[in-house]
Design a protein around this ligand. Structure first.
Ligand SMILES: [Cu+2]
Length: 249
């Protein structure tokens, strides 16, 4: 883990034209995205497709520990440092079933100080929380409450998500939702999939059972499209500049 992902820079670091500033090292690069199953195919540049790590529930529970920390990954000659879940890009996939309970401990290993701006501006790159898309769960604590604020230097929150017994199967999504840093942290790579598996009883048609988890997991390929490398427009680097963030490569 890299030690300090955020620094409030001295005034001379507040650039209006970051592209000309060597300190930030802004670059324009396009690296081919490869889509290949099981990391078997290479184009000669870029990385093979890596399947996100899956964490499966057992006996009706999914016990999860997600740590927000700086991770590094290298594509050819380029090494990127990004805020991440457990140093993984993307975060691990939660594989659950209807009727399960998800117990998630979110720990924030980023550091102080944090950049503060006006309400509705980009701010708080090192504060975080977590939010899910697609799950039919409560928005109250300790469930999916987006007003939870997990502070840097080991702030922690224990989320609890009871998944109803008739929850639809599907592929869903999680990402941070602290107002001010949602875009920035999500663009950094902090997101992942939630798979509610098909029920294996008679409510699922055989042709689906033949092509999906839990019986035929080898037919599932997990894909997330993530804008980790956008260095122009409303991408990671623009947000990074607005938040005076110096974590870069
Ligand atoms: Cu969202």
């Amino acid at each position: 883990m890299k030690s300090q992902p955020f620094l409030i820079p001295p005034p001379k670091m507040r650039f209006s034209t970051p592209q000309t500033t060597p300190t930030y090292g802004y670059i324009s690069v396009v690296i081919p995205t490869l889509l290949a199953k099981g990391g078997q195919l290479y184009s000669g540049r870029g990385l093979p497709l890596v399947q996100p790590r899956q964490i499966h529930s057992s006996n009706g529970f999914l016990q999860l520990n997600l740590s927000v920390q700086v991770g590094e990954f290298t594509v050819d000659w380029l090494t990127l440092s990004r805020r991440s879940y457990n140093g993984e890009f993307p975060g691990p996939t939660w594989c659950i079933k209807a009727g399960d309970v998800v117990n998630l401990t979110l720990t924030n290993k980023l550091q102080k100080p944090d950049f503060v701006s006006k309400h509705n501006n980009l701010q708080f790159p090192n504060h975080t929380n977590i939010h899910t898309h697609g799950l039919h769960i409560s928005g109250l604590r300790p469930h999916d409450n987006v007003f939870v604020n997990v502070t840097p230097e080991n702030g922690q929150y224990h989320y609890n998500y009871p998944i109803v017994s008739d929850h639809p199967a599907g592929t869903y999504w999680y990402h941070p939702h602290l107002h001010g840093s949602v875009d920035f942290q999500t663009n950094s790579g902090m997101s992942g999939m939630i798979i509610v598996e098909d029920p294996t009883d008679s409510t699922t048609p055989q042709h689906l059972l033949d092509a999906s988890c839990p019986g035929k997991c080898e037919h599932d390929v997990q894909l997330i499209f993530q804008s980790l490398l956008f260095y122009t427009g409303r991408g990671f680097a623009s947000a990074q500049q607005s938040m005076h963030d110096r974590l870069f490569t």
